[in-house]
Design a protein around this ligand. Structure first.
Ligand code: NAD
Length: 479
């Protein structure tokens, strides 16, 4: 497979540098070739998106919804094939990847239905004979910049609400999710999305991503990725008064209280920490356990992690796959080496395959480091979690909040009043009780506090707020 851009309804192969995509599960396998664009493609995409805007925005919401329903049906039909391609491109286990594609289908249907829902309210006027009301109008051309870790769901949770609101889109996926992005765009094309309504430009973040934010004039930018990049994008957008949304990193905690059902808690903590090889923004990377039960919890964790197998993404026996890329492998391996040097090993999983075949990292839980240690404070984005003992509920909450991030947090308990206290006190955009830190449903708002987010929200109804502007209208019908 070879990557290509989709601009103004035409498929074009950029003449730029070629990057061979190796399967992170099996490095000897070539998945395809990515052809990098230059900034002229960004300008072409902007022009195509501008041209397509008035027709698309002028269609009724119901008609736009029909197009999204067709895309949902086409994606559902191609689900197996899309999931397999993504698994081969970025290493997410096939079972999880199928679930992600299903989430994409559900998101498309959810936003398709928004085409016929109300878009404003009537506000009584203080003057006679005045009808005062609000409506929502599209913003124009939206630039969508996405990461590799959810190569199908994240792009769709941005593109679908943007489209139903009447915007046109320029999408720049992460370099190592480009082949999956091309297949997703093909599905949009097969479903007869009008030309120019969605434009795909494949390329490097530092060139194509930056050009989207700094060279052209989009009406909004929606970004998901690292906090470092997100802050740069936010600064550039603020300087140009472009509406923006940045969803960024996390250092999420699962807090286990002494009254929790430990046997049932362990698999949920494990899933939060190691599914997707820990490469979810909402992954559990700190496990905070009340001291009284810390040893017994660690013992249960040891057994469960020892049975946790890292293997090829297409092997149904693999609990987690490899990490996604060479860059990810280098970064995560450095943290794993740091953990071996500076922390105590609590639990470690096994590899199903030879470590040289792909970017495999054994899942690992460590302890014995202070609250300020890099392993406790920095986002590893890999299958490595730190266990921290807490002296009671208040201390557990303090530890949970002791991070610059604020994406998700979980509490495991049978104490209803502590559950409510935690829901009040945890400084995170998504707070859950007796559920893992990852897995917020598509119809609910998704986003973080502190350095995890621009304080906007995605998914659910919240996304519609971002992709539209409120217009306050008033008409005096008798002069
Ligand atoms: P990244 O910041 O390196 O890249 C994200 C996207 O931004 C990619 O498309 C990349 O090409 C582009 N980009 C890079 N530099 C750019 C620049 N200067 N200007 C414009 N665009 C640029 O992040 P990543 O490594 O792809 O993703 C991992 C990170 O994403 C983690 O920190 C993770 O926590 C975060 N993430 C957050 C959420 C969330 O919803 N909060 C969801 C998934 C991932």
């Amino acid at each position: 497979m070879q990557s290509k851009n989709w601009i103004g309804g035409e498929w074009v192969t950029p003449a730029g540098r070629e990057v061979v995509v190796q399967n992170p599960s099996q490095l000897s396998e070539e998945v395809g070739v990515v052809r990098l664009s230059d900034t002229s493609h960004v300008r072409q995409a902007e022009q195509a998106a501008r041209q397509a805007f008035s027709h698309w925005a002028g269609m009724t919401g119901a008609a736009r919804g029909e197009v999204l329903y067709r895309i949902a049906a086409a994606l559902e039909k191609a689900a197996g094939e899309v999931a397999e391609l993504a698994s081969r491109e970025m290493g997410k286990p096939i079972g999880e990847m199928r679930g992600e594609v299903t989430r994409g289908v559900n998101l498309l249907r959810y936003y398709a239905a928004e085409g016929v829902r109300s878009v404003g309210s009537v506000i009584p006027s203080a003057e006679p004979d005045v009808l005062q009301y609000t409506r929502r109008v599209p913003l124009g051309v939206v630039a969508v910049i996405t990461p590799w870790n959810f190569p199908v769901a994240i792009p769709i949770w941005k593109i679908a609400p943007a489209l139903i609101c009447g915007n046109t889109v320029i999408w720049k996926p992460a370099e190592n999710a480009s082949l999956t992005a091309v297949r997703v765009a093909e599905i949009f094309a097969e479903a007869q999305l009008p030309p120019g309504v969605l434009n795909l430009v494949i390329g490097k973040g530092s060139e194509i991503g930056q050009a989207l934010v700094e060279e052209i004039q989009p009406d909004a930018v929606s970004f998901t990725g690292s906090t470092a990049t997100g802050r740069q994008i936010a600064a550039a957008c603020a300087a140009r008064n472009i509406k923006y949304q940045t969803e960024m990193g996390g250092k999420n905690a699962a807090v286990v209280l002494r009254d929790a059902d430990l046997e049932k808690t362990v698999p949920l903590v494990l899933s939060g920490a190691f599914r997707s090889a820990g490469q979810k923004c909402t992954a559990t990377s700190r496990i905070i356990v009340e001291r009284e039960v810390c040893e017994s919890f660690a013992e249960l964790l040891r057994k469960a992690v020892a049975a946790c197998k890292a293997g090829p993404a297409l092997d149904p026996g693999a609990y987690l796959g490899p990490v996604a890329s060479h860059a990810q492998y280098s970064k995560v391996s450095e943290y794993a080496a740091m953990a071996e040097r500076e922390a105590d090993l609590v639990a470690q999983g096994v590899l199903l395959t030879s470590p040289d075949e792909g970017y495999y990292v054994k899942p690992m839980v460590v302890s014995g480091v202070t609250e300020d240690h890099a392993l406790v404070q920095e986002e590893v984005f890999g299958p490595l979690a730190v266990l921290l003992p807490a002296d009671g509920f208040d201390h557990a909450v303090t530890l949970c909040n002791r991070t610059v991030y604020g994406l998700s947090a979980s509490l495991f308990t049978r104490d209803l009043s502590r559950a409510h206290r935690f829901l009040d006190l945890a400084q995170a955009g998504m707070v859950r009780v007796n559920q893992e830190t990852a897995g917020v449903e598509y119809q609910a708002p998704f986003g973080g506090m502190k350095l995890s987010s621009s304080h906007t929200r995605e998914q659910g109804q919240a996304a519609l707020d971002f992709y539209s502007a409120v217009k306050t209208c008033a008409i005096k019908h008798t002069l």
